[in-house]
Design a protein around this ligand. Structure first.
Ligand SMILES: [Zn+2]
Length: 351
């Protein structure tokens, strides 16, 4: 695999299909997420059309590289009929367990899969891609799980491998264990999976590591803060990545490990996540950053827009332009905190 001396400028993969919430309150996904980050990055002047490429819908054949045909068929039927027989719902986890049937329940995750596979192709010769619409890390081969229907992260890693990259690493900073990705690659030690997540939180897996299989799980306690994260990053995560010598790294950033997230009890700032991404980026010529979880739309928008600023080497502004303030002012958040949001959610980027 050739690696050019000057890597291409970072790319941003978009998805118009993700501009609708997929559920109604009180479901956690009754908020906009990645589109707000995209809008905020544009309002800051950091994201322009030449950075962007739309995510294509993954083909059936591509999806079947990981997912069972019967499951994909059920997902397509759920979209067409907006319902499924109860036996299929229970068998496949579609329309049950917080995985709602919505008008794009097949297309939307199939586009996310196409986006992450496109990210793999765009970075095969080197470079950085941010795809905040991706990161469905809980989806299993024949079962929806944790609001995830198709595991775009797994399919993206598989695409890198098909393009000739052997040693890969997957790093997951979402508050929930990256169980679907670990499940896919636990028996393939050339793919190192690292998941840092809140101990005891759903899906309650990821309690132990398996060094022989290159599975590293780092459960952390409620209240886990920036200083503890920096320590874990420098003492454990970065040394594990350096020792593995990956040709490419996929990073699921998440935004539910932030202190402002309503679904978890970790206490990170967005600046800590930005520093971690910058440190990991320096380790490897190929990087894909995916979105993942995050259920406070103010926190998601500010974290992921700022992340794009980090990836494109922008100076962090202390005051925001009116265009950015307008994006933040337009956010709708159904929870109690959303009725009277703190001023910093409306006027700042960095926590
Ligand atoms: Zn999560």
């Amino acid at each position: 695999m050739n690696c050019s001396a000057t890597p291409p400028a970072p790319r941003f993969i978009t998805s118009a299909l993700h501009r609708q919430p997929i559920a109604a309150p009180p479901h956690p996904l009754a908020v906009l997420r990645a589109p707000l980050a995209e809008d905020l990055a544009r309002a800051l002047g950091w994201l322009r059309d030449h950075h962007c490429q739309p995510a294509p819908q993954a083909s059936q054949a591509a999806l079947e590289q990981y997912h069972a045909p019967a499951y994909l068929d059920a997902l397509a039927r759920a979209e067409a009929l907006q319902d499924l027989p109860m036996a299929d719902k229970r068998r496949f986890g579609i329309g049950v367990d917080s995985n709602p049937i919505h008008p794009a329940v097949f297309r939307r995750p199939a586009v996310a899969a196409g986006g992450t596979m496109l990210a793999a192709a765009l970075t095969a010769a080197g470079g950085v891609v941010f795809f905040p619409f991706g990161g469905n890390h809980h989806a299993m081969p024949a079962r929806a799980s944790g609001f995830c229907y198709i595991n775009d992260a797994v399919l993206g890693l598989m695409r890198w491998r098909a393009l000739g990259l052997g040693r890969l690493a997957y790093v997951d900073f979402d508050a929930h264990h990256g169980d679907g990705v670990e499940h896919a690659f636990a028996d393939e030690p050339d793919i190192l999976t690292i998941s840092m997540h809140e101990a005891g939180r759903w899906p309650r897996t990821g309690t132990t590591s398996d060094p022989a299989r290159n599975v590293l799980n780092l459960p952390v306690p409620a209240g886990f803060d920036d200083l503890s994260f920096e320590h874990l990053l420098q003492r454990t995560i970065i040394p594990a990545l350096v020792a593995h010598r990956p040709e490419a790294i996929m990073l699921l950033i998440g935004a539910d490990a932030l202190a402002d997230d309503p679904m978890a009890r970790l206490a990170l700032s967005n600046q800590a996540l930005w520093r971690a991404v910058a440190a990991i980026r320096s380790l490897c010529p190929r990087l894909i950053v995916l979105g993942g979880g995050g259920y406070n739309p103010y926190a998601v928008a500010r974290c992921w827009a700022g992340l794009w600023g980090v990836l494109t080497d922008q100076p962090m502004p202390t005051t925001l332009p009116n265009s950015a303030l307008d994006v933040l002012a337009g956010i709708r958040y159904f929870r109690a905190e959303g009725r009277n949001p703190p001023q910093r959610w409306l006027t700042t980027l960095a926590d």
